[in-house]
Design a binder for this molecule. Structure first.
Ligand SMILES: *[C@@H]1O[C@H](CO)[C@@H](O)[C@H](O)[C@H]1NC(C)=O
Length: 241
């Protein structure tokens, strides 16, 4: 995308300069009357009376041929200035396109990923509600917290995803432990000890490790991608400020 934009701008500039050179070098072939040059010059929006009636010496010129020519220093300056203006305008147009493209692509991906998180949360919520009913409803905050943390991470908050997942599973384990042993009351020290033993006991099997790895991969990639797009947008913005 960026390459194509640059290429077309460079191309345009070349074509424009080429046109300029060709139209000015016509001066040489028209030894006496400068009619064609007057036409070309007027077509660019300038006063054709600025073009000499007959070819003059081009000794002090820097762009036009320095022989007998229909070009003057004043014309050279005006054409150069016009050329510069047109070049900048075209460059700006290309950048505008690039800017909006970047912005809209970033937004599209961002919307998509946010929707994915929402959908995952909703699906999980419905599934647990159907399977565990009230038991789940009473502990839904654990799941809500997990998704809140994941959203914060995605939005750029400095968090450790491994710790987020670990905290989720240890809270879950504590709740499950309490529910399974509902005849007893446990102190927080005791529950802390249960959590500490989680790595040895593996009450959820390999699920926490697998899920943690997958969540980390997905979120790190998504966040990095969106941040990259956003930096690209800032770079483009700063070029024409
Ligand atoms: C995240 O936390 C885990 C577990 O506490 C730790 O091993 C890891 O080094 C931490 N990662 C970062 C980037 O701080």
């Amino acid at each position: 995308m960026a390459d194509a934009g640059w290429f077309s701008v460079a191309q345009c500039f070349k074509v424009y300069v080429l046109f300029l050179v060709v139209s000015l070098s016509q001066c040489q072939t028209l030894s006496t009357a400068c009619i064609e040059v007057k036409k070309a010059y007027a077509a660019k929006g300038f006063d054709e009376n600025e073009v000499p009636l007959k070819a003059v010496s081009g000794e002090e010129l820097t762009i036009c041929p320095r022989t007998e020519t229909c070009c003057t220093r004043d014309m050279e300056d005006k054409l150069t200035s016009l050329s510069r203006k047109e070049y900048v305008r075209q460059l700006e147009e290309s950048f505008k396109l690039l800017k909006t493209t970047f912005a809209s692509r970033t937004k599209k991906f961002d919307d998509f990923f946010v929707q994915l998180i929402d959908k995952a949360q909703l699906d999980l919520h419905e599934m647990f509600l159907q399977t565990y009913g009230l038991l789940y409803q009473q502990n839904a905050a654990i799941f809500t917290k997990l998704f809140t943390d994941l959203r914060h991470y995605y939005k750029g908050k400095d968090m450790n995803l491994s710790e987020v997942m670990e905290s989720f599973f240890s809270k879950l384990l504590q709740r499950v432990f309490e529910l399974v042993n509902s005849g007893y009351v446990f102190t927080s020290d005791y529950l802390g000890c249960v959590t500490d033993k989680m790595n040895d006991l593996k009450p959820f099997g390999e699920v926490p490790i697998k899920l943690s790895t997958q969540v980390r991969k997905a979120f790190i990639a998504a966040r990095t991608f969106v941040q990259g797009l956003s930096i690209g947008k800032d770079v483009i913005n700063s070029v024409f400020e």
